[in-house]
Design a protein around this ligand. Structure first.
Ligand code: SAM
Length: 192
């Protein structure tokens, strides 16, 4: 890990509670979230040498999927335990990525740093003001013509929210994921 945020903030961990972290990978597997990640990579279509940021990267599953494209990878997450898992997983897969402890509301990168920005199932962890801050930060760190691909539950109305933040949004994709007995809709929104 190579950096930290200047300001401590409260955040909601991946499974809602820190002690549930060991079950995160199980959830990833049983919900087939990997399919959503593959959709995201296909939509962003990162190329070798592109700079790609995953905001709320968690245990690094989306970065691992992106790793096969040859892009330069960056991940930000406030949870040091999630980041430690991400680091181990990416190392084992032979994928290089810079992982920083940080927050979506305060991306510590210069303007126009990235060709592609991802965020998977992180938006619903933020309150309304933080969602607006995050979208403004993504706008700032994207290069002109860069692509933002965000997935979250359909309850978040991601496409509408991103459009309201000034992005041009392509038609969104939805997928149904089964989380134990419940089926949840996941919307994948691509924006410029
Ligand atoms: C449900 S997990 C999703 C992890 C990963 N993106 C994936 O698709 O597997 C949500 C993640 O958002 C992170 N998170 C929560 N608040 C955040 C914030 N303010 N900024 C960045 N990440 C945050 C959590 O630590 C957690 O890793």
């Amino acid at each position: 890990m190579t950096g930290t945020s200047s300001q401590e903030r409260d955040y909601i961990p991946g499974m809602g509670k820190h002690y549930l972290l060991p079950f995160y990978e199980v959830l990833h597997r049983v919900t087939a979230l990997g399919r959503v990640h593959r959709d995201m990579v296909e939509l962003a279509a990162p190329r070798r040498g592109d700079r790609v940021l995953d905001v709320g990267c968690g245990t690094g599953n989306l970065l691992r999927t992106t790793g096969k494209t040859g892009a330069d990878l960056f991940g930000v997450d406030p949870d040091l335990k999630m980041l430690a898992r991400a680091e181990r997983k990416l190392r084992r897969a032979g994928i290089r990525a810079r992982l920083d402890r940080g927050y979506a509301q305060e991306l510590r990168f210069p303007d126009g740093s990235f060709d592609k920005v991802f965020s998977s199932l992180m938006l619903h962890h933020l309150d309304v003001a933080s969602k607006d801050e995050m979208l403004a930060e993504v706008r700032r760190v994207l290069k002109p013509g860069g692509v933002f691909v965000l997935a979250d539950t359909t309850r978040e109305n991601a496409g509408e929210r991103i459009a309201a933040a000034g992005f041009t949004v392509e038609p969104t994709r939805t997928r149904k994921l089964r989380v134990f007995r419940e089926e949840i809709g996941i919307e994948v929104a691509t924006a410029h």
